[in-house]
Ligand binder design. Structure first.
Ligand code: AP5
Ligand code: ZN
Length: 214
């Protein structure tokens, strides 16, 4: 099964994609994570993307579509969770071609709906495990044992350079202007499933499971 998790910054795409990867054997394909890895390694893609990401703007369609194309075959029998991709109409079309070439097609586009002020709070309080990437939040979702990752037991955590209020506002504006307009494209295909993303991580997870098991 191949699905898209669609929603504004902080909607919970990464949190839910990680859970689906752990529980269902699907592969999380996050263009944000791929780009951050490229920036950390200083690859040519990373050098191009760094300033754009720090400003909260979108990296070029060609770069992110190529990143997805390189990883798509890593999705085994259980399929992929596209997290943060596609973000423009051009990327949506590129994904359709990439899947079609492999005899695959999208099963669901899951839209997570969350109020903007909640999104800003979530992002400003976010941190992740430096070892395994598991996501946490200062007040909303702390590790069960203070200072220890629930998933891998690691003790080091980090924060993203684009998780500040000013950049978050730009990321929201980019979402409204360029990403939200791809929803009608998927609505026409009957693929969109809207989910209230304001509940707890577990409540949102249960709603996603209900869609995937339907
Ligand atoms: P990307 O990494 O994709 O960031 P984003 O879309 O801004 O999304 P986030 O990762 O901020 O949020 P999320 O929805 O995953 O939320 P999370 O689960 O972490 O992109 C970063 C940048 O890369 C872009 O700005 C752009 O420059 C570039 N880029 C990436 N892809 C691109 C593309 N396709 N095209 C062009 N450019 C691209 O949750 C947030 C916080 O809330 C966490 O602390 C979490 O613990 C907490 N939380 C989650 N769910 C809940 C809940 N239900 N209740 C309470 N707390 C919750
Ligand atoms: Zn960890």
């Amino acid at each position: 099964m191949d699905i898209i998790l669609l929603g504004p910054p902080g909607a919970g795409k990464g949190t839910q994609a990680q859970r689906l990867q752990r529980n269902r054997g699907m592969i999380q394909l996050s263009t944000g994570d791929m780009l951050r890895e490229a920036v950390a390694k200083g690859t040519p893609t990373g050098l191009k993307a760094k300033a754009v990401m720090e400003a909260g703007e979108l990296v070029s369609d060609a770069i992110v579509s190529a990143l997805i194309g390189e990883r798509l075959d890593s999705a085994g029998d259980h399929g992929a969770i596209f997290d943060g991709f596609p973000r423009t109409k051009h990327q949506a079309q590129a994904l359709e071609i990439l899947l079609g070439e492999r005899g695959r097609k999208l099963n669901h586009v899951i839209e997570l709906i969350v109020d903007e002020e909640v999104l800003v709070d979530r992002i400003i309080g976010r941190f992740t495990c430096a070892t395994c990437g598991a996501g946490y939040h200062d007040s909303l979702h702390r590790p069960k044992v203070e200072g220890t990752c629930d998933v891998c037991g690691g003790h080091e955590f980090k924060r993203r350079p684009d998780d500040n209020e000013q950049t978050v506002r730009t990321r929201m504006a980019e979402y409204r202007a360029k990403t939200a307009p791809i929803l009608p494209y998927y609505e026409e295909k009957g693929l969109v499933r809207r989910i209230d993303g304001m509940g707890s991580v577990e409540e949102v997870a249960a709603a996603i499971d209900a869609v995937l098991d339907s």
